[in-house]
Design a protein around this ligand. Structure first.
Ligand code: APR
Ligand code: ZN
Ligand code: ZN
Length: 361
């Protein structure tokens, strides 16, 4: 039995999103239908709507979600109806070269549901990042469901599905922040603030938060930043060096995605330090750096894609830390909204007024 649910659909480039009836098929082999309880609003949803990711309109938006498994298809054993899960866009194949080499976070063949969800007239929908969770229910590959402790509220659990995991993972998984390290995070929106929280979890001794928005710096302080730098007022490279004994930070996380902040991050790094790019550049961006500086400063220049996370390892762990009071996921939820609030949330996000708006269903 297929079912009809309400979902947030982007029909054409840049037009306001609309609530539409979405038809969800029964789960086929390896698939699961998940009753969505909460879904955060992420920049990537906005980029889909603006046509910046693909031309495969119409999109069913939303991909940062938690919910309860409603039904599963043939061969699904890892999750069962009633399980509380966080959805991920990295259901790894286990077979490709990356998976076989023990680097599944580079998997070339991540799984999504094989059947399409459709509009009432049968038009197939493209689900954002293979999820499509601004809807009362959604169809995903069972591997996209990770069981976590059901004591966690859906509004905070869902955050791990994208931005918060990207930030925490940038610090812990990609940056390899260790006990006693100094860390600088440039850009403290949802992703950068999560990198600050990740650095604290990893035991960093100094965490310098850099932003041009005072509100973001205040949130970063609450999540574990030991120092803040208002980059609208002073040169962040100079400031980070000053706050780290003149050396620069062991790990710098760039969470803006612009050439000038990447350059700042490059120079705010100690010799042999690690630079992690998590802000996503646009196709036309380029950056020129003196080769001698790249050579002479050594260390590592890395990019972090979804925080180099392994959902099955990282989601339950972070939920446990949250439930123990050691990771304040609640700080990322700026507001909760109904499905109808997504268009307005895009505008608040664009103006920097929120870390995350979370749709509650
Ligand atoms: N210097 C420092 N901070 C800056 C600067 C700058 N020159 N310009 C912008 N910022 C800050 C903003 O004030 C904001 O707090 O960067 C932050 C960006 O945060 P958000 O817009 O909330 O975006 P977020 O969801 O955190 O994502 C950041 O990571 O995953 C990627 O696509 C995502 O590229 C985006 C980046
Ligand atoms: Zn693989
Ligand atoms: Zn996202």
């Amino acid at each position: 039995m297929t079912q009809e649910v309400r979902g947030v659909v982007s029909r054409t480039k840049d037009a306001p999103v609309e609530i539409e009836t979405v038809i969800i098929p029964d789960p086929g082999p390896g698939e699961a239908v998940v009753r969505v309880q909460a879904c955060g609003v992420c920049h990537t949803d906005l980029h889909y709507k603006l046509g910046g990711i693909s031309d495969d309109f119409p999109f069913l938006l939303g991909h940062e979600a938690a919910g309860t498994v409603e039904s599963v298809g043939a061969g699904v054993t890892d999750v069962k109806p009633g399980d509380f899960v966080v959805l991920n866009w990295r259901a790894v194949c286990g077979q490709c070269r990356a998976c076989k080499r023990g680097r599944p976070w580079y998997c070339f063949d991540t799984h999504n549901a094989a059947q399409p969800m459709t509009l009432a007239d049968g038009t197939p929908l493209s689900p954002a990042l293979g999820i499509g969770a601004f809807a009362e229910a959604t169809l995903v590959a069972a591997g996209q469901c990770t069981k976590v402790d059901p004591q966690a509220a859906p509004s905070v659990a869902g955050l791990l599905g994208c931005g918060v995991m990207a930030g925490i993972g940038a610090a812990i998984n990609t940056g390899g922040v260790g006990r006693g390290d100094s860390v600088a995070v440039i850009g403290c929106g949802g992703v950068g603030a999560a990198a600050v929280a990740g650095a604290r979890l990893a035991g960093a001794a100094r965490i310098v938060a850099v932003d041009i928005d005072r509100r973001k710096l205040d949130t970063a302080l609450g999540l574990g930043a030991t120092h803040t730098v208002d980059a609208a007022e002073r040169d962040p490279v100079e400031a980070v060096r000053e706050l780290t004994g003149g050396f620069g930070a062991d790990v710098v996380v760039e969470a803006v995605g612009r050439p000038e902040t990447y350059r700042q991050a490059f120079y705010a790094r100690d010799l042999a330090g690690t630079l992690v790019l998590v802000g996503v550049p646009t196709p036309e961006m380029t950056l020129e750096l003196p080769m001698l500086d790249v050579f002479g400063r050594g260390g590592a220049l890395k990019s972090s894609w979804y925080g180099d996370c392994l959902p099955s390892r990282d989601f339950p762990m972070l939920i446990d830390l949250y439930l123990q009071g050691r990771l304040d996921l609640g700080a990322f939820v700026s507001e909760t909204i109904p499905l109808e609030g997504v268009e307005g949330a895009f505008s608040k996000m664009h103006h920097g007024d929120v870390l995350r708006s979370v749709v509650l269903l």
